[in-house]
Design a protein around this ligand. Structure first.
Ligand code: HEM
Length: 498
């Protein structure tokens, strides 16, 4: 028998296979032409190794910026990611070319968890109409108006009483403060508040918090989607999906109650307003209004509106414990402008530049959403001399502005005076303070959140002196990163001033 024929065929097969593998490896290790620069690509791993091994993702991104400049690219799993740094670049992308940079990507987080619904997860017409309606309705329900101030102050008054009950003993702020902001949101959405120790709401708040911390795992699942079916739920996919389902169930229950009581001549809250609009539009063929969309919008507002502002306040108090002289300077201004009797109002802010500067510095240094929320390019985009292909994931790196050493020397330090120009608030500096991102997709809760921060912090400092626990030094300013930056849990004491 002649074996040479087999040998020839197998040699050819071997060469073809070898060629194919080599070609695939070379292709995997090359950036598409026109892509922004970035670290060397490795077969299969792409750039995964460039972001692992650092304390957190933000540290890794800061280091990459130092090496590759303001705009760089990374390949994580099968996705290309472009990271945009610096105020001018962010303005160019999110404002000037906002149309091209305003979609959300297709990945585990947006496709599986958010199902491209609600406001945070949707794109195109669904997003545009839902966001427009929501912003308009929230304005009608008091964003920027007195009625909202009253709601905030109602919750803050209960918070003050609860803190007073600690009688100078050591406590933790987190569970109290979360209740304040979830109640403000639920009263706007469902015209309803819950006791801080309401077991159902406590569970919801824990789930919201868990979602924002656990979402670090969803980053891994975004890059490598098949890990979702890994046995044992190692990457928390099932856990995250369960949280979503439970949030939906809670909101659906509130919604069902509203459907029974809806009176179109007496709209009491956002849910009523949405249901009424949905009815009006039911004859429209392509109406984006649906019960499912309403549930997902309420879920977004509850999630985005609770832990974010609560985290801001926890950062503020932590910094104030570390710098008691700032508390005293605020107290003097509060005494002078508002006094100790009447409740604070938003209009007071104009006459309180130092407290305003404290709020600005809190929002900056908290750096709550350092990577904003990822966007996706609608088509091929020309941007700052690069060509970014359609459906590339884009991270608007707000951290690059909020912690830019050139704008804010020693950025980790809490220095409210950065926002002052003589005795006035500096508009040039406040313009650069962009914790809510920029452009048409920036945070629609910014007005509410600024009001909550100002009214809460003023009320707290007017009533209490905040100190570390007896016999210990100031708490450590340790950051924990999930989807947002949290301060590690800390203990404190609040001593009544008056
Ligand atoms: C400290 C407080 C807050 C911070 C720092 C913050 C920050 C942000 C950021 C950076 C985004 C992403 C924008 C983008 O895609 O570029 C966002 C989106 C969003 N935020 Fe906030 N937020 C805060 C509070 C709130 C509150 C109180 C609400 C609701 C009442 C809210 C509702 C939303 C919603 C619905 C979106 C999605 C917007 C969209 O996709 O069009 N946020 N927020």
């Amino acid at each position: 028998m002649d074996f040479s024929l087999f040998t020839d065929v197998s040699s050819i097969l071997f060469i073809v296979l070898f060629g194919l593998i080599t070609y695939t490896i070379i292709k995997q290790c090359r950036r598409p032409s026109g892509m922004p620069p970035g670290p060397r690509l490795w077969p299969i791993a792409g750039n995964m190794l460039s972001i692992t091994g650092k304390h957190n993702l933000i540290e890794a991104f800061r280091e990459l910026r130092r090496q590759y400049g303001d705009i760089y690219s990374l390949k994580l799993g099968s996705s290309w990611i472009v990271v945009i740094n610096g105020h001018e670049n962010l303005k160019d992308a999110l404002v000037k070319q906002g149309d091209m940079f305003s979609d959300r990507p297709d990945n585990f987080f947006f496709t599986r968890l958010l199902q491209h619904q609600g406001i945070i997860g949707s794109s195109g017409l669904l997003w545009k109409e839902s966001r427009f309606f929501t912003q308009k309705t929230l304005k009608d329900f008091g964003f920027g108006k007195r009625s909202l101030q009253d709601k905030i102050m109602e919750e803050v008054t209960i918070l003050l009483k609860t803190i007073e009950n600690t009688k100078g003993e050591t406590f933790t702020l987190k569970p109290l403060i979360q209740g304040v902001f979830s109640n403000i949101v639920t009263s706007i959405m469902f015209n309803r508040r819950f006791d801080y120790d309401d077991p159902q709401m406590m569970k919801i708040r824990d789930m919201l918090h868990e979602h924002l911390t656990d979402s670090e795992f969803s980053g891994i699942l975004d890059a490598i989607p098949f890990l979702e079916s890994f046995p044992g739920d190692l990457f928390h996919a099932k856990r995250l999906l369960t949280v979503e389902r439970k949030l939906d169930e809670f909101i659906q229950k509130c919604l069902d109650e509203h459907k029974q009581t809806l009176d179109e001549n007496n709209i009491l809250d956002y849910t009523d307003a949405y249901l009424s609009e949905m009815k009006k539009r039911q004859k429209e063929k392509d109406s984006v209004f649906s019960e499912r969309q309403l549930v997902r919008i309420c879920r977004d507002i509850l999630l985005a509106g609770t832990d974010t502002t609560a985290t801001n306040i926890r950062w503020a108090i932590l910094h104030l414990i570390c710098k008691p002289e700032i508390q005293e300077r605020m107290f003097l201004e509060i005494q002078e402008v508002i006094g100790l009797e009447r409740p604070p109002e938003m209009n007071d802010r104009l006459e309180m530049p130092y407290c305003d500067a404290v709020c600005n510095e809190t929002m900056r240094v908290s750096n709550v959403a350092p990577l904003s929320a990822p966007r996706s390019t609608r088509g091929d985009v020309k941007f700052q001399g690069y060509r970014i292909p359609a459906e590339t994931i884009v991270y608007p790196c707000l951290d690059s502005v909020l912690f830019d050493e050139k704008i804010y020397p020693n950025p980790e330090e809490f220095i409210p005076d950065r926002f002052l120009e003589g005795s006035k608030i500096s508009t040039a500096m406040t313009k650069l303070n962009i914790p809510f991102s920029l452009g048409r997709r920036s945070c629609p809760g910014d007005v509410l959140s600024r009001q909550e921060l100002f009214l809460t912090i003023i009320s707290l400092v007017r009533r209490f002196k905040f100190l570390p626990p007896d016999g210990s030094g100031p708490p450590a300013k340790k950051r924990i990163f999930g989807v947002i930056f949290f301060p590690a849990e800390y203990k404190l004491r609040a001593i009544l001033r008056n």
